[in-house]
Design a protein around this ligand. Structure first.
Ligand SMILES: NC(=O)c1ccc[n+]([C@@H]2O[C@H](COP(=O)([O-])OP(=O)(O)OC[C@H]3O[C@@H](n4cnc5c(N)ncnc54)[C@H](OP(=O)(O)O)[C@@H]3O)[C@@H](O)[C@H]2O)c1
Length: 285
């Protein structure tokens, strides 16, 4: 079977990116602009969004910002209406806003768990679902993506809730991909590995732990810049596929872990031990 698809032109397409004020979202905005895409950038911090918008305009593309919290009930309609108002259409939606929290599941408050799922999972589903409804109604093709994580395939100690929200994203994208195929609407999940963004800083503030730009236990060879993820996202827009991975090693390891869960158990037991030593040993409260 011939699997190599001809690259699609992206010139003149319109994309909506949530979580566009920093990290992977901001890098994706610039990468999409370089590919000829106009942009609607969404996040809560206006000043940071305006900076990203200025860098996108410098690349010659039309760009508007929408300030809002993805977990607000009115958010989806507002964002899609703004895309219609400024561009008269949208072709691509990258639901990328999300955050992490480093804490054992039994120590998380119910409200913390639900808030994380609200932002990482439910708001992504709401945006992609309404986008699909509007694209179908307008008889337009489209491309819908969610930023999941490599942790969707293997949950790690202290990241259980986050990994669960990312696995839920992957599962729903997989089903939507085939539900919407006949409408020429592509759906994909994106699975970055450790990426140098504000993610770890905001996660450590939220978790009340010591933090830095990236976790000090992450192997150096596994650390990527957001530009690497952004370029993989644009490559998926040109040649659609179900999952976007930025590390072959991690992707293959996840297949091995699925086939032999006991190997993953060994790896995670070792990691949990190192984590306990880093945190000064002892039982969690
Ligand atoms: N960095 C990594 O190693 C890594 C690995 C795998 C997956 N990911 C995923 O990649 C995505 C992007 O994260 P990042 O690494 O680029 O981190 P980041 O730099 O912290 O970016 C997170 C983005 O999400 C936005 N955001 C967070 N909560 C929001 C809310 N309630 N409403 C609207 N926007 C919100 C933030 O904007 P405002 O604060 O301005 O609202 C920011 O633009 C996330 O879904 C994350 O789970 C990251």
């Amino acid at each position: 079977m011939f699997l190599w698809k001809r690259a699609r032109s992206l010139e003149g397409k319109v994309a909506i990116i949530t979580g566009a004020s920093s990290g992977i979202g901001a890098a994706s905005a610039r990468a999409m602009a370089r590919a000829g895409i106009d942009l609607l950038l969404v996040a809560r911090r206006r000043d940071r969004l305006e900076e990203v918008a200025a860098s996108v305009r410098a690349l010659g593309r039309r760009t508007y910002v929408v300030v809002g919290d993805v977990s607000d009930a009115s958010h989806v309609a507002m964002v899609l209406d703004e895309a219609d108002r400024h561009f008269g259409k949208f072709d691509i939606v990258f639901s990328n806003a999300g955050y992490g929290m480093e804490r054992p599941v039994h120590l998380m408050e119910d409200a913390e768990l639900r808030a994380m799922f609200e932002v990482n999972f439910f708001s992504s589903v709401a945006l992609l679902r309404e986008s699909a409804i509007r694209l179908r109604k307008a008889h337009r093709p489209g491309h819908l993506l969610m930023c999941s994580s490599c942790l969707s395939k293997f949950s790690m100690p202290d990241h259980g809730a986050y990994a669960a929200s990312k696995a839920a994203q992957e599962a729903i994208c997989r089903a939507m991909r085939f539900e919407l195929a006949r409408d020429q609407i592509e759906v994909a999940s994106v699975h970055p590995v450790t990426t140098t963004t504000e993610f770890f800083n905001s996660s450590s503030i939220r978790s009340g732990t010591k933090g830095g730009e990236v976790p000090d236990h992450a192997p150096k060879w596994l650390i990527q810049s957001p530009d690497v993820v952004a370029s993989a996202v644009v490559s998926c827009l040109r040649r659609p596929r179900s999952e976007v991975w930025t590390s072959h090693v991690v992707r293959l390891s996840s297949a091995l872990f699925t086939a032999c869960p006991w190997i993953l158990d060994l790896v995670l037991r070792h990691q949990a031990k190192r984590q306990r030593i880093r945190q000064g040993g002892g039982r969690s409260p």
